[in-house]
Design a protein around this ligand. Structure first.
Ligand code: ATR
Length: 274
């Protein structure tokens, strides 16, 4: 059988860790396949998509700045992509180009692995109202979290998301953070604040109850200032690297036919890179 090919495309794309993750799995499972990073300028993205099949690709990943464009251009979309409004995974099925979103799965699977039972932990406070926040809120809703409080610098964006997701999701300005944390069981940073080179997010986990779990989608550094403060407070913390690893699983399975494992070995390989 011919070699199976997949890709990740973005602009820029050189920083992507996806080729390492998929390359590790291809080797581990002895698959005759390849996964390459392809830099595509926004104006060339539609043409790139239209030639995928002729170029022999089984599918691929899509990242910034193409996620919303991919959402608009694919023939079919899965439920997560519809809910989130962005596509990060492409594949062919029944003659159509499908677009899915695996970020919500990645978020939930990371917590399943490192903080089992997390979804029953009570009200969730979500910091941020951008694209990553949409994926996180979709995961929370899917897992039955019934009180989701979005906190954002620009309240209007939080309100727009709360409307989009409906009952149980509320919008707040940053000044309400302290009060909202007092009875929260989950605190999630979905902004890039706390990433290496950025300022830390202005949320103090000290006021959280003792059973609370704090997690961050940022994974450079692995321990963000928010997670360090939560750890100092003896709260359970989950870093963002597992979300990156787990979001890669469904795509690999679609293109190469094997559901790969997220192992400590894979994690260590990527940590060494960070
Ligand atoms: P992404 O798609 O990666 O989530 P985004 O759509 O640009 O990125 O969203 C970035 C999020 O980080 C937003 O919630 C943004 O708040 P605003 O909606 O008020 O812009 C938040 N953010 C970015 N820089 C911030 C800062 N300095 N202080 C507070 N929030 C910030």
């Amino acid at each position: 059988m011919a070699e199976k090919k997949a890709f990740v495309t973005g602009h820029p794309i050189a920083h992507s860790r996806s080729p390492k993750i998929h390359g590790h799995w291809l080797k581990k499972y002895g698959i005759d396949g390849s996964y390459q990073a392809i830099d595509v300028e926004p104006e060339d993205f539609a043409a790139f998509l239209s030639t995928l099949r002729d170029n022999g690709y089984s599918g691929g990943n899509v990242t910034i700045p193409h996620k919303e464009t991919a959402f608009a251009l694919v023939g079919r979309r899965d439920e997560a992509a519809e809910a989130i409004g962005a596509v990060n995974t492409l594949w062919f099925e029944d003659g159509a180009l499908w677009g899915g979103n695996t970020d919500a799965h990645g978020f939930a699977a990371n917590l399943d692995e490192h903080a089992p039972g997390w979804a029953r932990n009570g009200p969730a406070v979500v910091l941020g109202a951008g694209g990553a926040s949409r994926a996180v809120i979709h995961a929370l809703v899917e897992r039955g979290v019934s009180d989701i409080r979005i906190v954002n610098r620009t309240v209007a964006r939080a309100q727009e998301l709360a409307r989009r997701f409906g009952a149980g999701v509320s919008a707040h300005g940053v000044e309400a953070t302290g009060e909202l944390l007092m009875d929260a069981g989950l605190l999630i940073n979905t902004t890039a604040l706390g990433m290496h080179g950025n300022e830390a997010i202005a949320a103090d986990p000290v006021g959280l109850p003792d059973h609370a779990i704090v997690t961050d989608i940022v994974y450079v550094p692995l321990e963000t200032p928010l997670l360090a403060a939560a750890r100092a407070r003896h709260l359970r913390t989950v870093d963002g690297l597992g979300m990156l690893l787990h979001q890669a699983v469904p795509g690999f399975e679609r293109w190469f036919g094997i559901r790969p494992d997220v192992t400590a070995e894979l994690r260590q390989m990527i940590v060494t890179d960070i």
